[in-house]
Design a binder for this molecule. Sequence first.
Ligand code: UD1
Length: 420
Amino acid sequence: MDRFIIHGGHPLRGDIVIGGAKNSALKLLVAGLLTPEKLVLDNVPRIADIRTMRRLLEQHGLTVEDISGDGGTLSIGGEITNTEAPYNIVSKMRASILVLGPLLARCGEARVSLPGGCAIGTRPVDLHLKALETLGAKITLENGYIHAEAPNGLKGERVILPFASVGATENLLMAATLARGRTEIVNAAREPEIGDLVGCLNAMGARITGIGTGKLVIDGVEGLHGARYRVMPDRIECGTYACAAAITGGELRLVGGQVEHLGAVVRALEEAGVEMVQEEGAVRVQRTGALRGVDIMTEPYPGFPTDMQAQFMALLSVAEGASMVTETIFENRFMHVPELNRMGARINVHGSSAIIRGVHSLSGAPVMATDLRASFSLIIAGLAAHGETILSRVYHLDRGYEAVERKLAQCGAHIERVSD
Ligand code: UD1
């Protein structure tokens, strides 16, 4: 297992290229199940979750080719020969549940392992299942698997989601592209990655309107065709490096980043004393003065993203005054707090809120993380801390961040990966 060794106190300066969005690329790969023709995706991030999704699609019978030779452009094509998504892959990566809708729509049947809980919460999939049932799927749960059938195809309906779930919106959206008639998704998630999925599906011949609104309208078509599509830049990676630049008092150009996707993160950073400016092809980020405490609450887009909560909390741990961070999306997403406290932060958790009393400085320590974003919050803390931070369980980071140590080191961070 790899570890990172970080020596803090070096301001980050320079350019960091923002990769393709993990949370979009995973779904765009799944969209390849909706057509036997080739779907070519550019700007695919080189991360472990994408490799896991490739394996999942390949075991369904599809061929995934690395056209560029470096993992950045993939082509997906071929016939589906197996409609089962096995436990050993789904339990590793929850986004695997997204094959359910497309398999059902294409093959009239699918068996997908129930994902179970994860480090940040119980994360049920009831909304995915109810939505597909509304389109006429018959769903049974047996032996830890979801078995879905629609032998006569799916039929468009009006589906009102009780919560704007990202995954449920995406599963339903993909299934509805091949359903008979019109589907309306009311209270659909509005995350930019959903807009990217709609863009790709429409390029494949789907008829979807309502991008960026809470109501998506899908007119089912007979079949989808091949297309070439570029994955949007990763807004969470962009926000993460913005926090890293800010805590070190440096200045970064986040190449390919787009401020418009960051919404509430930009406002929160500004309030904390960090400026983010959109320039041509890049976002420039720098601190304008001392860091100030800010209150934030995670919410569905365009609210503050839960995927930025841990990184922002690391920044707030050294801001002047007190801050309150309230997590409304996942019930157990403060696993980074005890680790940040071991580095000298003063954070107390009360239910779904954390009170952060800013400290003057952090000190390096051996720490370990339980999930992807929590891991990066400890890197951010380590970049500002005095002394040495040793971060274990780097595999969490490798799931979703491309070349972390290279991107940081080329901007002046003292960080190295060591293997046991
Ligand atoms: C996606 C993102 C994840 C992000 C999250 C919220 C991917 C691969 N993952 O996850 O990084 O943190 O959006 O922005 O894109 N819920 C239910 N029943 C359901 C579905 C969801 O109760 O059927 C609950 C979840 O437990 C959670 C909340 O709704 O508490 C949000 O989940 P959802 O928006 O579905 O997130 P994901 O799609 O799993």
